[in-house]
Design a protein around this ligand. Structure first.
Ligand SMILES: Nc1ncnc2c1ncn2[C@@H]1O[C@H](COP(=O)(O)OP(=O)(O)OP(=O)(O)O)[C@@H](O)[C@H]1O
Ligand SMILES: [Mg+2]
Length: 236
């Protein structure tokens, strides 16, 4: 499903990633682990299109997506959350999730201004999906609150709901429990585990997680990174 080949990233003189290669196949859960500064977020940023790699290729579902802009990668079915939560601060929780639907809707500005049927239908559908996702992550009661009014753990849940709203085939979570207490982290990992239960998004979207039953190390081919221990890839 995802093939990352020989990714390098240099920031000036600093080598953040030095030849990272791995594959993620459908039906598996893969973890990238490594100490602070190992290059995990940089890798996520490159795969999700926020940063161009210095060298290397990313193939997603058989298509070379290297260098594609983030919105195109999201439309291709790859979604992510951020280590430092990135929600729209002026939209409430529900609107944050609805906004993520833009890569799955087709109506244009004119259709919206004229209240044409396709736009109305898509809006209703996006709202239904957003409401359902907020209920699923457990923050339906907070849907009209602004992100800053939500407890930290709920902001993380909102980010996951928003990532799922794009109907991803592959979901990348960048340190979803960063900054959480032990209990909050346990609850959030429970939610991640429950992803396997979900069949309501596009069927193939969560098929990737349905087989999430066991963990073992299948490979590690991360390069050196700025003299630090390299990241490692863990997979089911
Ligand atoms: N935009 C940037 N410009 C310059 N250097 C950067 C940039 N982004 C990351 N780096 C550097 O690249 C290295 C890898 O950083 P990165 O954030 O990817 O690590 P990480 O594994 O996600 O760490 P953490 O566990 O702290 O989140 C670090 O040395 C960092 O300072
Ligand atoms: Mg990071």
């Amino acid at each position: 499903m995802l093939v990352v080949q020989n990714i390098r990233k240099h920031f000036g003189g600093l080598t953040a990633l030095d030849g990272v290669s791995f594959e993620v196949s459908q039906g598996t859960l893969t973890a990238v682990i490594g100490p602070n500064g190992a290059g995990k977020t940089t890798l996520f940023n490159i795969v999700s299109g926020l940063l161009p790699p210095t060298a290397g290729t990313i193939t997603f579902q058989g298509v070379d997506v290297t260098g594609w802009p983030p919105h195109r990668i999201a439309r291709a079915g790859l979604s992510r959350t951020f280590q430092n939560i990135q929600l729209f601060p002026t939209l409430n929780a529900l609107e944050n999730v609805i906004a993520a639907r833009c890569c799955r809707t087709h109506s244009n500005l004119l259709e919206a201004l004229l209240f044409l049927p396709r736009d109305r239908l898509e809006r209703r559908r996006s709202r239904e999906i957003a409401e359902e996702l907020l209920a699923w992550v457990g923050i339906a009661a907070h849907r009209f609150l602004m992100p800053r009014e939500l407890p930290y753990g709920d902001q993380r849940r909102l980010e996951i709901a928003r990532a799922l709203a794009t109907e991803p085939a592959l979901l990348m979570l960048d340190e979803p429990t960063a900054g959480m207490s032990h209990l909050e982290a346990q609850e959030l990992m429970g939610l991640v585990g429950r992803l396997k239960e979900r069949g309501i998004v596009r069927p193939r979207a969560l098929a990737a997680l349905r087989l999430m039953t066991r963990w073992n190390v299948v490979g590690c081919s991360m390069g050196r990174s700025a003299g630090l221990a390299p990241c490692r890839i863990l997979s089911t």
